[in-house]
Design a protein around this ligand. Sequence first.
Ligand code: NAI
Length: 251
Amino acid sequence: ATAPKDWDRPLEGKVAVVTGAARGIGATIAEVLSRDGAHVICADIPAAGEALAETANKVRGTSFPLDVSADDAGAKLAEHALERHGGIDIIVNNAGITRDKLLANMDAARWDSVIAVNLIAPQQLVNGLIEKGALKEGGAVIDVSSIAGIAGNRGQTNYGASKAGVIGLVDTYAPILAEKGVTINAVAPGFIETKMTAAIPVATREAGRLMSSLQQGGQTVDVAETVAYFANPASSAITGNVVRVCGQGFL
Ligand code: NAI
């Protein structure tokens, strides 16, 4: 590992992209990476508009409307980053969606959209950056998985499968990216208070909290600080890991 030049601003001079940065966990990740000194490209769907601009205004960064599930998302991001910043050091694949239904009613459209955003996009973005030479040596890829990808969750076969897939992606990419001096790790949050979980019925939410060994849900900052650790050059010897944040499912 390399010790940062400045421990107070370990990401000084680095360029990070955070997907799904308009709100929730992604917005807090953008704030924390900016606090650590990075320039943050805040990416989210074009419809996120004002919320995305708000995050970008709060941090040392810029907003970049991007639907991560579009076929050319990786190429677009790479071109933007090369033109404006000469490349990217840190990519946080945080954008994610749920389309819950009990298994009997789980239609193909729900599977496809969740797999496209949560699983295919994180891989295609990284591939797009590599193909265009936009992912810098010594960089870090951080994927946001979920405890549902480790322990499963009723009504979330599509989501759980996509998030388990992310863990497989991290395992597979670790040795490949290591050849380029890039690390890849995942965080697997338990129950975190955001707009995504606000949509869950209260009783289910309460059950989710109690599944945690800590018997409580987490805040977005709990996830963001874990992401910041993987982004820090001091963790450059750590790759292929999944860290649970606020909860261990039934394990
Ligand atoms: P959220 O719904 O509050 O925010 C997600 C953001 O992603 C939104 O701004 C949305 O516009 C953006 N997004 C969705 N589809 C996109 C696309 N195609 N392209 C670009 N941006 C897109 O969700 P939250 O809670 O902040 O979740 C963030 C990540 O953390 C997700 O990957 C989620 O699956 C994961 N997670 C969340 C947990 C929680 O308890 N809140 C638990 C475990 C994982």
